[in-house]
Every structure is written in C-alpha cells, then in structure tokens.
Design a protein around this ligand. Sequence first.
Ligand code: ASP
Length: 352
Amino acid sequence: MIDINARVLLIYTGGTIGMVVNPDTGSLEPFDFSHLNSHMPEMDRFKFKVDHIVFEPVIDSSEITPEHWKKMVRTIEDNYDKYDGFVILHGTDTMAYTASALSFMIENLHKPIVLTGSQLPIGKLRTDAKENLITALEIAADKDENGRPIVPEVSIFFQNDLLRGNRATKVNADNFNAFKSYNYPNLGKSGIQIKYDKKVIFQPDYTKKTIFHYYLETRIATLKLFPGINKYIVETVLGLKDIQAIILETYGSGNAPLSPWFLKLIQEAVDRGVVIVNITQCEIGMVNMERYETGRELLKAGVVSGFDSTFESAVAKLMFLIGHDYNPSEIKRRMSIPLVGEMTRPEEKDTE
Ligand code: ASP
C-alpha cells in the first residue's frame, strides 16, 4: 500500500541510467541529474514526495570504493529521520557489492534502501530505466497495514525482480534481467502489481535503534583456483605483506587440490592469522568442507566456510569485520554466522 504521506530520498551516484553518448568518442559518459529529470516527467506524478541528492561527481560504478559506501551511509544517516525510504541509483557493475556493504554498515535498518539502475541510459527509447526507477520508488514508499515499511532491508530492484542486496549478483551484461539471487528467494516480483513474499523479508528489531558503521578495512585478497594453478602465484598471494583475509574461490562444495605444497601454504597463512574464507565457484549451492577429502583438508587447516555467500557479500563482510578490529578467531566466528540474512547455514537449509 503506497503511503501518500511518504517521503523518499533518491540518491543518484551515477551509472548508465544517467549517461549520455559522447559524440566525439561514441562512449557513454556520466551526465548530470537534470538529464534524468528532463527525460522522466513521470517523476512529478508520484503521489508521495520524492527529494533527490546527487553525488559529485557522478561515477561509473567501476570507480566505486569503500569511501563511496561511507558517503552513502553518511547521506542516509543524515537523512534517516526525514525519510521513509531511500532509493540509490547506481551503476549495475558493482551494485551487488554496494548493496552488500550497506547491508552490513547499517545495522538494524528500519527503512527500505532500494538500489536500482539500468542497462540502457534513460534517454534511449527502449530504456529499462523508467520502469526500474518508478518501481524502486514505490517499493521504498510501500507500507503494510500497520504503517510499517514492507521491505525494511537493503534490496536491489531490477527488471521485475526484488532481491536481497547481499544475495544478488550481476549475471548478465547485455539483457535487462541483469541480476539474480541464486541461493535465496526473491523478496518480491513486479507485474501488474508488486507482489511481496513477506515471509522471506528481513525484519529488524523496531525496539532497538539503527546503528551506522563506518569502519572498513581493505587488506583482503582473492585466490581463485583453477587446474594447474602455479605454486609461486599461490605463495605470493597467501604471503602478501599485511594481508588480513583471503577469499579462496574453490570448486564445487568447497574443494581444493590435496597437493602438500598447497595445503602447507594454506596452513602457514592461517597460522600467521590470515582469515581464509572458502567460497565456491558454483553459483548455486553451498560450501560443505566435510563432504570430500579435498575439502576436509582445508577445514583441518583452519579455513572458514562461507557457505552459500556470494563473492560480493563475502568481500563486504570481511571488510566490515576486519574494519572493526576483531581478532582472527572472532572474524572467523562472525563469518560463519549470518548477520543480515547474507547466507544460509546447512541446518537452516535442512529445515526449509
Ligand atoms: N558501467 C556501468 C556502471 O556500472 C554499467 C551500468 O550502469 O549498468 O556504472
């Protein structure tokens, strides 16, 4: 139900949605927000109030850094009491990273934060921008019969799909349906109406305050396994000076080679206090290091399971936890429990 008294803050950070073609180079470049407004007179037809803030400069989302995430959180914190919901216009390339980061940085969120963007600039005839933006704004303003927001979490809305932000991944560089959440159901779907699946939407504790966090630490790296991976490369990544955590992208249910040199390097890194998180290269399913000998050895060495986390969510969660100065065993403990619905533990899956 749209609350006509609702106020939504639209935060424009950049991305294709507000881009224009540079006539000299033919490539897409960010344009200013008036471009968006002039191409979307529908903005004036909302029954509820929509204000906007434009980030300076607007950027392609490949340029996003944790500093931008902090700026987004700051903008939301500064405006938290004034608005019922927030829509962030963002490039699609790193949208899932931003959504994941915000989900950890804003603890016990009471209000919707919906990220959206588009595959075609708003000025193009066949653009997907209008539908994405209009529906995202409606989701941000939607309330239930008790006047509570229907989706009080960080979500991504893209071409009919409303997804949990820290479960989403960009899967398509060409088509309008660019995002998927493989391991968690859609929070909603838009058609003639927006249909929400309320039982899978995260509910905050309204008796407790929302807490905004700003500490992020970027000394993390990723090591993606492939057959024939070179010992020197593995040694270099695992031995990086001052590295705090490594995401090990493994095969299948969390498997890696049993080569003694490989396991020794993993063990040495763990012993030095590096947190190694096991994330599968498969899109669907979860890490279970007990299933095969090839996973069990990693478990024995002290590698922590990322279960069915997306890569994006694991990156953001590690930055968040390391930023909070927890020691390695506390980081490992928190990596293996869901903080904001970002992963499913096997026992939860069994009872589904
Ligand atoms: N490169 C663009 C970006 O992520 C793509 C997009 O917006 O869809 O900012």
